[in-house]
Structure formats: structure tokens, C-alpha cells
Write a protein that binds this ligand. Structure first.
Ligand code: HEM
Length: 524
């Protein structure tokens, strides 16, 4: 009797549980359908995968740009279980990320950030006190007027780059990496890179590309959908992501520790110059400094180095490719330099206002191929209503810088490299400074003034000294370049064969050294 009663009750309980689960599943689906209707339109996806299988391999920004023509400037996309809104127009990005920056300055929690050891990075920090402290530290040394104090150092590094390009032109890719890293190391730590075999630069050469590839948005989505990928045994297919993450973690730790230790020791001995780390530590008074603040200085300096070197190299590679593919642009820029400066000295920052075409080349480089094509996603702090959409707290917003660069109304024939688009009918530079390349609102790139000056110094110095030409085959004919692009968090041309030839036949290391020497007096 009792056993019958028990089993009846168990059956009823099971039935009730089943009904409850079915009801809550239906409710959840209904809620999802309703909330989906309140979000921007987007392509319908497959169960489980969402839209992940519809995205062009390695170049999601191109797929999103195609979808913009169907769904508009805001497109809702779901990659596995991760929903996000792609912003395809600059105006809408400004409306949301700048005019409503108080609500759209958070970052999404990324499944890959902590495993690679980048949880400390300013780029990844949630919108809050720690992030504000980092931004304050950057502001002290990298705001527009403070950033000019780095100009002499940036010019000196650009001149060193010229000497390397003259000596080993085929290693231009590595020379550009060294140029960018040496500026970032100088700004962050006043670390002067050795002429040859600098331990930090060697490490950058071998692993920086891997870090940026591993941090790709798709890897982040994959890890949040399949966290077990982090634990796959190393012999199993698919474990390469885990291996790459481990290498990155080790590398990032060393990159944050070693140079900071160098600054601490140099401060003790009184032998360190101006840098983000040393200036901030000096201000605090190294011996009675709050450990939290010291940690923030260490973390923001490491971020400046990490965020600044790869992006600058990538932009320089875009410039080199654009020059080889567009000889007429190169010649026009060189004519401008020759007319305004002559050939007996190299340009410096005083000359910048008198070289509008070179300026236009820089802007077109940023536009033609934005090196951060999906910028860095922002996230909503709170629920919001935008247009008729209900934006839930935490929603991820991906600024599609690629789509912004392909806006045909603003940039006719967008796939062509045409610096003229930044020169008005009266021969003056337009007001368009390609701001979208640096991101938006409160999260805008903290190093943009420094980066802009590094790019200008390198571009103008190279244009003044070298011709960038296609490589020649054994028959002396030019080899046609079919650009290939690397993809990850940043995108840049894969190394391509080219010839870097001095513009004057008598140029050799001695004459270049003399030219540099005669250019140094009166420089800014
Ligand atoms: C050509 C070079 C560079 C490009 C194209 C670039 C681009 C960007 C972009 C698109 C963002 C995201 C902005 C957003 O979320 O809206 C960003 C963030 C950032 N960049 Fe740059 N960047 C460059 C160089 C640098 C340099 C040289 C530094 C430092 C020395 C730097 C430091 C940072 C930092 C700290 C952030 C994080 C800002 C935050 O989350 O609050 N960047 N950068």
C-alpha cells in the first residue's frame, strides 16, 4: 500500500517536474523571441551555431559589411550563444558610443582574456575605477600636448629605421617591428632598444603575431561556446589553441615583469629618463607608493607597450604595400617633400603643416585598410532604448571600422588608395582625420597622438629616402603582388616581396649618416 502510494507520488512529482521544465523552456523561448524582436534585424541562424557558419573565414568584417546592405547599419548577429550588435556606420557609432558614452563604455567579458593573462590590460578592463586610473596615467603623458615631447625620440627611431632599411631591405618587416616596439618601449619604460639582438625585441618578433592571432574575436567566441578546448590534451587535434594560449600567457607575463623591474632598479640608481612608468612612479614617490597604484602603473605601461607596437607595425605594412601598388601616389608625395624641404636634409615635425599630401597619404593608409577592422567591442552598462530597440545591459557592440572605411558616399571607389580624397578643391586638407580608426568615445585609443606621430615620422622619412618598388623576377620583370592579409585582432599585409632602393644612387650608410646628422639641428 505504502509502496503504491510512494510510487504514485513519485510519478506525480516526475510529471509535475516535467511539466514545469517544459513550461519554463517554452517561456524562455517566448522571451527570447520577444526580446529578439526588440533587437536590430539580422540574418537568421542555425540552432546552436547561430550565424557562426555564415561568416567569411578570418574576415568577419567583410561578411558584416555585406549584411549591412541587407539589414542596415545595426545588425544583430549570434555566434554560438553570444549575441552582439554590429555597428556599420560611423554616425551610428558616434550616436551610441560617444553621445551615450556613459552607457556604452564597458567591455564584454571575453573568454580568452584571462587564460592568456591579459585580464589586467586597460583594453579589457570593465568601465570603472581601475580603468579610470589607467586612463588618468595615460592622459598625463600621452595627451595631445604632452605627446609632442616624444617627437625627437620618434624622429631618432625613424632615422634608425632608415639605416636598417638601407642595410637589409629584405628584412623590412622586422625593421618595422623593431621601430614600433622601440618607440613603445621608450614611451612605456624609457627602455632603449639595443642595435642588435635586444632580448625584448627578439621576443616580440617571435610571439607578437601569435598573441594577436590568438586573441581573435572568433577564438573568444569559440572558447565561450566550448570551454573544454582549454583542457584538451596536447596530443589531440584541436589542442593548438590551448598551446598558443599557454605560449601567449608566458610571453605576456615576461613582457609585463621585465621592463617594469628595469624601471624600478633604474629609479633607485637615478638613471632613468622620461616614460609612462618612471614619470608616474616618480610622482608617487617610489618608497611610500600605494601598492595598488604601483600595480596600475605596471599594468598600464604593459598595456601601452602591447597595444602600441603591433598596431603601429601593421599600419606601416599597409603603407608599404600601398606605396608599392601605387607608384604615382609615392611620386607625388616625394615631389612634395623635394619641393618643400629639398634633398639636403630630412623632414622633421616643423615641416608637417607644409606637407599636406604626405598627411593625406597617412590618412588614406588608416582608411584603406583599418588595422583593427572590428575595432574593440564596447558593451552596454545598463538597459537602454535606442531607436525602437530595447538594448539589454551587457549587450556587446562591435564597431565595424571596415564598413565605415567602405562608405561609398564618403569615400567613392573605396578599395582604391586615393590620398586626394582628403584634399579639397582648394588644395587644402579636409577636416576628415579618419577618427573611426582610433575607436570611439571614452574608450578611444589612449595612444593615438603618439601613434599618429610615429607613423608620420616613419612615412615621411621613408618617402624622403627610398623608392618602394615591386620585386623583380629573374627576367628583370616586376613581380605582380597579390596582397594577402593576416587576420586576428589586427589585420595587416602578410610580408610581400618588394625592392627598397635609395632615391639617390650615391646613398650608402656613410652618406645616410651624414644626411641624418645634418638634419638633426633645429629639429622638433
Ligand atoms: C596605428 C596605431 C594604433 C591604432 C590603429 C590603434 C587603434 C586602437 C583602437 C581601435 C582602440 C579601441 C578603441 C575603442 O574601444 O573604441 C584602441 C585602444 C587602445 N589603444 Fe590604440 N591604436 C594604436 C596605437 C596605440 C599606441 C601607440 C598606444 C599606446 C602607446 C595605444 C594604446 C591604446 C590603449 C591603452 C587602448 C585601450 C583604451 C581603453 O580601453 O580605454 N594604442 N587603439
Amino acid at each position: 500500500m505504502i509502496s503504491t502510494w510512494l510510487s504514485d507520488n513519485a510519478q506525480n512529482a516526475a510529471l509535475a517536474l516535467f511539466a514545469l521544465s517544459a513550461w519554463s523552456l517554452i517561456q524562455q523561448k517566448r522571451r527570447e523571441r520577444v526580446s529578439r524582436r526588440e533587437l536590430p534585424p539580422g540574418p537568421s541562424g542555425l540552432p546552436f551555431f547561430g550565424n557562426a557558419l555564415q561568416i567569411r573565414d578570418g574576415e568577419p568584417w567583410k561578411t558584416y559589411t555585406e549584411w549591412a546592405t541587407v539589414y542596415g547599419d545595426l545588425v544583430y548577429v549570434k555566434l554560438f550563444k553570444q549575441g552582439m550588435i554590429i555597428i556599420n556606420s560611423e554616425e551610428t557609432a558616434k550616436e551610441l558610443l560617444e553621445h551615450r558614452s556613459q552607457n556604452y563604455s564597458d567591455r564584454a567579458v571575453s573568454a580568452i582574456t584571462e587564460p592568456v593573462g591579459l585580464g589586467f590590460s586597460t583594453v579589457r578592463l570593465p568601465y570603472g575605477q581601475r580603468w579610470r586610473l589607467h586612463r588618468k596615467l595615460y592622459h598625463q603623458v600621452m595627451r595631445a600636448d604632452a605627446a609632442t615631447s616624444y617627437h625627437p625620440m620618434q624622429l631618432a627611431k625613424a632615422r634608425r629605421l632608415l639605416a636598417e632599411l638601407l642595410e637589409t631591405p629584405s628584412r623590412y618587416h622586422l625593421s618595422l617591428q623593431k621601430f614600433s616596439a622601440s618607440i613603445a618601449l621608450s614611451i612605456a619604460y624609457d627602455w632603449d632598444v639595443a642595435e642588435k639582438d635586444d632580448p625584448l625585441v627578439s621576443r616580440i618578433e617571435s610571439t607578437m603575431d601569435l598573441v594577436f592571432k590568438t586573441l581573435s574575436p572568433m577564438n573568444s567566441v569559440l572558447l565561450s561556446a566550448f570551454p573544454f578546448l582549454l583542457y584538451l590534451p596536447k596530443w589531440m587535434p584541436g589542442s593548438c589553441l590551448r598551446r598558443n594560449i599557454e605560449i601567449c600567457r608566458e610571453y605576456i607575463k615576461k613582457m609585463a615583469d621585465e621592463p617594469f623591474q628595469y624601471v624600478l632598479e633604474s629609479l633607485e640608481s637615478g638613471k632613468v629618463g622620461k616614460s609612462l612608468a618612471s614619470d608616474s612612479l616618480r610622482k608617487l614617490g617610489i618608497h611610500n607608493a600605494d601598492p595598488e597604484l604601483v600595480l596600475a602603473i605596471k599594468q598600464s605601461s604593459a598595456t601601452a607597450f602591447g597595444a602600441g607596437s603591433e598596431t603601429t607595425t601593421s599600419s606601416m605594412l599597409v603603407f608599404m604595400l600601398a606605396m608599392v601598388l601605387n607608384p604615382r601616389v609615392q611620386e607625388r608625395a616625394q615631389k612634395e617633400i623635394d619641393a618643400m624641404i629639398g634633398t639636403t636634409r630630412l623632414p622633421n615635425f616643423n615641416d608637417r603643416p607644409s606637407l599636406p599630401y604626405v598627411e593625406a597619404v597617412l590618412r588614406e593608409t588608416l582608411r584603406w585598410h583599418p588595422v583593427a577592422p572590428l575595432s574593440i567591442p564596447h558593451a552596454a552598462v545598463n538597459n537602454d532604448i535606442y531607436r525602437s530597440y530595447s538594448i539589454p545591459k551587457g549587450m556587446i557592440f562591435v564597431p565595424n571600422a571596415w564598413a565605415m572605411s567602405r562608405n561609398e558616399k564618403k569615400y567613392p571607389r573605396p578599395s582604391e588608395f586615393m590620398p586626394e580624397r582628403f584634399i579639397s578643391a582648394h588644395g587644402k586638407l579636409t577636416s576628415d582625420t579618419v577618427n573611426f580608426a582610433w575607436g570611439f568615445g571614452r574608450r578611444i585609443c589612449a595612444g593615438r597622438h603618439v601613434a599618429d606621430a610615429s607613423l608620420w615620422a616613419a612615412m615621411v622619412s621613408i618617402l624622403a629616402t627610398f623608392k618602394l618598388l615591386p620585386a623583380q623576377g629573374p627576367d628583370g620583370e616586376s613581380i605582380e603582388i597579390e596582397p594577402r592579409w593576416t587576420n586576428g585582432l589586427t589585420s595587416h599585409p602578410a610580408p610581400f616581396p618588394c625592392r627598397i632602393v635609395a632615391r639617390t644612387p650615391e646613398m650608402n650608410p656613410e652618406t645616410l649618416a651624414q644626411l641624418i646628422q645634418s638634419s638633426v639641428a633645429g629639429e622638433v
